[in-house]
Design a protein around this ligand. Structure first.
Ligand code: AMP
Length: 116
């Protein structure tokens, strides 16, 4: 049995985090190293390592994540201008191998770095 991911340990409250939202399917936390004025991570509870590991069984969950991301963006005042980023794989900059969406906002896209 592989050890639980960092995010699973946060979901289990074994590690601290600033939790902004939780429902039966996902949790949202503030990114510890924000790359934008608003930088939130939305994490499904099942430990899917990368988006590329998702299967048709996850279709409903993936849809839920998009709708929830939009709601969270609205709640944090960036509902009209936000970006969603998923890094898939080490070559794309993924560092935590538990699927997560970066919700970014609060600055103009032209001001944002290309990397994020
Ligand atoms: P990625 O590089 O796409 O895998 O994104 C991982 C993100 O997790 C990075 O933006 C990190 O800043 C963030 N992160 C790492 N550890 C924590 C933590 N304990 N609490 C909140 N965010 C974290």
């Amino acid at each position: 049995m592989p050890p639980p991911s960092l995010f699973t340990r946060i979901i289990r409250r074994e590690l601290p985090a600033d939790i902004l939202h939780e429902d039966d399917h996902c949790i949202a936390i503030r990114d510890i190293n924000p790359r934008a004025p608003v930088h939130i991570l939305l994490i499904p509870k099942p430990e899917i390592p990368r988006l590329a590991d998702a299967t048709p069984d996850h279709q409903k969950l993936l849809g839920h994540l998009l709708l929830t991301a939009s709601q969270i963006a609205q709640q944090h005042g960036i509902g009209d201008a936000f970006r969603l980023i998923i890094n898939n794989g080490e070559g794309a900059g993924q560092t935590v191998f538990h699927l997560h969406l970066h919700i970014l906002g609060g600055q103009k896209t032209s001001e944002a770095s290309l990397g994020f």
